[in-house]
Ligand binder design. Structure first.
Ligand code: ZN
Length: 264
């Protein structure tokens, strides 16, 4: 039998080089998977006392977990309320609920967010101009501020959706421009003008269960069955004071809700 020729040895070296390169690529793609996220990548573990843009991005994603009747400030400062919301988020997704955001929490965010930073089950088009137009301009706020409000609304809707075992929510109406709001007879102070609101169809959850559950996910405005004009949808919005009314669902009229114009 002949010993390996120079050509054979060269081939072996080549194959070895290829397999090493493939191995390196495999390892690096595993390590960098999270870093390849198209929306936002967290680069450090976050716990109480931290502050910065990464905390703010965390808060946007857990704002639907402030506890019953609560509202989480999106201020970039990781305080006790952020920690409590994070624990609830971690519990909701079966993660270790330690109130510290590390790889496990961030990977859950990566799994939940699209490249445009919306949660995977919602898109901007569901919440943009309710009169058949598109986009978030023509309201009292800037286009970008309105769009950001819609983003926050979607993350809270994602939390509401998850609470029902990830059954779909149907959004009938979101942002309305001033002209659109006037055309549909909306209240002059409607939260729809600001990108803060969504009108939900009954879906498989039913109006009352949606209205009741929304109280746990940071929605300050909740109007449903029994409140004038709201027997065929549940209105939720992300204002940070609680104006709730769905008398047919056991949600009494709050003082703030009583001050609302009925058609909001
Ligand atoms: Zn509404």
């Amino acid at each position: 039998m002949r010993l390996p020729t120079r050509l054979t040895r060269a081939l072996v070296r080549l194959l070895l080089a290829f397999s090493l390169a493939a191995g390196v690529m495999l390892v690096s793609s595993t390590v960098n998977q999270a870093a390849a996220d198209g929306c936002f990548t967290w680069n450090r573990t976050l716990s109480q006392g931290a502050s910065g843009e990464d905390v703010r991005q965390l808060q946007i994603r857990i704002a639907g977990y402030p506890g019953s009747g609560g509202h989480l400030a999106i201020d970039g400062a990781f305080g006790p309320a952020t920690r409590a919301a994070l624990v609830r988020f971690q519990q909701a997704y079966g993660l270790s609920a330690d109130g510290v955001a590390g790889a496990q929490t961030f990977n859950q965010f990566y799994a939940l967010q699209d490249d445009d930073c919306t949660p995977i089950h919602f898109v901007y088009a569901e919440l943009d101009d309710g009169c058949g137009g598109s986009g978030f301009d023509g309201g009292p706020l800037s286009e970008s501020a309105t769009r950001f409000n819609a983003l926050k609304t979607m993350w809270q809707l994602e939390a509401l959706r998850h609470a029902f075992g990830d059954r779909p929510l149907i959004v009938n109406s979101g942002f309305r421009s001033i002209a659109c709001n006037r055309a549909v007879g909306g209240a002059s102070n409607s939260q729809h003008l600001y990108g803060n609101a969504a009108d939900l169809a009954a879906g498989s959850q039913g109006f009352c269960r949606l209205a009741q559950q929304a109280r746990n996910h940071g929605f300050g405005g909740i109007f449903g069955p029994g409140y004038p004009g709201h027997d065929d949808h549940v209105h939720v919005d992300i204002r940070t004071s609680n104006a709730w009314s769905a008398p047919n669902c056991g949600i009494a009229l709050t003082e703030l809700a009583a001050a609302e114009e009925p058609d909001i």
